[in-house]
Design a protein around this ligand. Structure first.
Ligand SMILES: Nc1ncnc2c1ncn2[C@@H]1O[C@H](COP(=O)(O)OP(=O)(O)OP(=O)(O)O)[C@@H](O)[C@H]1O
Ligand SMILES: [Mg+2]
Length: 267
């Protein structure tokens, strides 16, 4: 059995892999790198009745991996470059070997993954961390579930300037409900619900457009979405609207939240 551990900036994920199949997975909040890695490993083992002797090796990746020096508990431990791990994990989960991946974590990273080469195309600091950070100041909560519950009841017309606010007709291929300016309207009547939706809308629209440009630059018509941010139902709705406009589709493979840890284990 191989264990893949992804020590991310916000969460640490661990998976077990046997015969190239994912058999167990767990997620835990990130603390310092060593505590995150050993804690995630302990949780994976104890919750699933796995014995240490069953582990052949541990593969670590993510921002915290460089702080893991030497072997963990005398088990052979190796590091895998994070972008390589996302590429390997993305191809495995999508079942394809020529893809563009948008990994939505604390920040966002775009990777081109091909059988013989994985490249980091780019990315942006706009990701899940921006949602939590902006919500902390603007909504006085950085609890993810609270933010989502608020946003579900939000009205985007209270915060975003839409094309229909500034012009009568559609603008080329954009219809009148398209965003002209995120937070560009911000009515005095805007409630926390509306602001929560405005935050998600801004983050996922930026991510969506970067995804579209990345896919177009590689001649592809779909993007594989991974990371914790791929499990955001409102985010997926926002990306769907972009699909309809730009004819680039978004794919959400099962277990996409664990892509980086899976790729490390398979790396
Ligand atoms: N239950 C949840 N479902 C979906 N997204 C969540 C959930 N809880 C938190 N998030 C979002 O996921 C983000 C973290 O994503 P993820 O765990 O993939 O990042 P990370 O791997 O720790 O960071 P990075 O890869 O950027 O170093 C948080 O910033 C938050 O916005
Ligand atoms: Mg990550």
């Amino acid at each position: 059995m191989i264990i893949g551990i992804d020590i991310g900036s916000t969460t640490t994920k661990a998976v077990s892999i046997e015969n190239e199949r994912i058999t167990r997975k767990i997620k835990t909040k990130a603390v310092d790198a060593v505590t995150s890695a050993t804690g995630a490993l302990g949780k994976l083992l104890l919750e699933n009745d796995i014995r240490i002797a069953e582990i052949e090796r541990i593969m670590t990746t993510g921002v915290g991996a460089t702080q893991i020096k030497g072997d963990l508990f005398d088990i052979q431990t190796r590091k895998v470059d994070e972008m390589t791990a996302i590429g390997i994990g993305g191809m495995y989960l999508a079942g394809k070997d020529n893809i563009v991946i948008m990994n939505i974590g604390t920040g966002s990273a775009i990777i081109e993954a091909k059988k013989d080469k994985i490249s980091h195309i780019g990315g942006s600091g706009v990701g899940g961390g921006a949602i939590l950070g902006l919500a902390k100041k603007m909504l006085s909560t950085s609890n993810f579930n609270d933010i989502m519950a608020l946003a579900e009841r939000g009205d985007i017309k209270q915060v975003d300037l839409l094309l229909e606010d500034i012009m009568d007709a559609n603008l080329g291929f954009l219809n009148k409900e398209a965003t002209a300016s995120n937070f560009g309207k911000m009515l005095d009547s805007a409630k926390n619900e509306d602001v929560a939706l405005g935050i998600l809308n801004m983050v996922y629209q930026v991510i969506g457009m970067l995804s579209v440009f990345a896919a177009q630059s590689r001649g592809l018509n779909s993007v594989v979405v991974t990371g914790n941010g791929s499990a955001n139902p409102i985010g997926k709705r926002i990306l769907k609207a972009i699909t309809d406009i730009y004819k680039i589709s978004f794919e959400y493979p099962e277990d996409a939240v664990y892509t980086t840890a899976i790729g490390a284990g398979l790396g």
